[in-house]
Design a protein around this ligand. Structure first.
Ligand code: ZN
Ligand code: ZN
Length: 70
């Protein structure tokens, strides 16, 4: 695993009510709310294509519309 990788989510992270149980309490939930480009979550970082750009995204931030880079 490469070091210094961080989540490059460029959207506002917002926890939707009722969704708490979908996130891991220690590794994900504290990081779900964040400003663009300030996500601190490092859980399960993978590269995804979002809007034609390659981004590292954590498990809180990847959306079903993001395509995983294999
Ligand atoms: Zn993230
Ligand atoms: Zn995010």
């Amino acid at each position: 695993m490469e070091k210094n990788i961080k989540c490059e989510c460029d959207e506002i992270g917002k926890l939707k009510s009722g969704m708490e149980s979908l996130y891991n309490k220690e590794n994900e939930l504290p990081f779900v709310n964040h400003k663009p480009n300030e996500c601190k979550c490092t859980n399960d970082l993978k590269q995804y294509i979002r809007n034609g750009k390659k981004l590292w995204l954590c498990s809180c931030c990847c959306l079903s519309s993001d395509e995983e880079v294999k």
